[in-house]
Ligand binder design. Structure first.
Ligand code: FE2
Ligand code: FE2
Length: 236
């Protein structure tokens, strides 16, 4: 099997079972096999390419996540935890298809604006990182629906968030989820700073408490409910 002058593999046929004398393969058989081998080679190359692309994408995301964490000075694993918890909540809320994928991409890259805002003062960076992040992904077709979620990932249910002070349903649902998880992460970091050896169970009690205390004020009640049902028992 050859693709663009490169051998991809070998196809072997044995023991032709026909009534023909000796059961020998003919020139016609060879021609059929060669054309089948051609198709097989193309399929193999395509599937390798898809596999490599997926691998490359996952690795790039991992590298980006590490860069975002280093520049935004957030705790190790922050991007992945936000993605994991956001996606769990999204599944509980029966979000599927493109909307779900956008939440996955946006939650992984939510703080990417810190990279673009690097030359600004710390205070300005904090305020502008959602909009800068949205702008950064806007030219990537795959991430176009993630942009508005990144832009709104610091908006809060009661309108007290930034950058636009959006309220209730005017904040996209995906952004309400990511914003909630982003605030949970802040509490997690604080608790860990105060007591680095806190058992996971105790940490989650504190997170649940924070979530419940701010239900319908900072956070969309359905998002908090999905978290309490789906995420916290699994971690306890
Ligand atoms: Fe974050
Ligand atoms: Fe953020």
């Amino acid at each position: 099997m050859i693709f663009q002058d490169e051998p991809i593999g070998v196809m072997e046929v044995l023991n032709k079972r026909v009534n023909a004398p000796g059961g020998k393969f003919t020139a016609d058989d060879l021609e059929i096999m060669q054309s089948l081998a051609g198709f097989a080679a193309v399929s193999i190359v395509n599937s390798r390419l898809t596999h490599d692309q997926k691998n490359f994408f996952a690795n790039t995301m991992e590298i980006l996540g590490a860069a975002i964490e280093a520049i935004s000075k957030s705790s190790t694993g922050h991007c992945w935890r936000v993605a994991q918890t956001s996606c769990t909540i999204a599944r509980r809320l029966k979000i599927t298809g493109q909307a779900y994928k956008s939440i996955y991409y946006a939650s992984l890259l939510h703080d990417i604006g810190y990279i673009g805002a690097q030359r600004q003062s710390a205070q300005r960076t904090e305020a502008s990182h959602p909009s800068i992040g949205a702008e950064m992904v806007s030219t990537v077709r795959l991430l176009s629906a993630a942009g508005p979620l990144i832009e709104a990932h610091h908006e809060l249910w009661d309108g007290s968030g930034f950058p636009h002070g959006l309220k209730h349903e005017s904040i996209p649902l995906g952004a309400r989820i990511i914003s909630f998880v982003e605030q949970l992460e802040k509490v997690r970091d604080e608790v860990k700073r105060e007591s680095p050896k806190i058992p996971e169970g105790d940490l989650h009690v504190k997170l649940e408490q924070f979530a419940s205390e701010n239900i319908d004020t900072l956070f969309d009640p359905q998002v908090v409910a999905a978290y309490l049902v789906e995420v916290s028992p699994a971690l306890n």
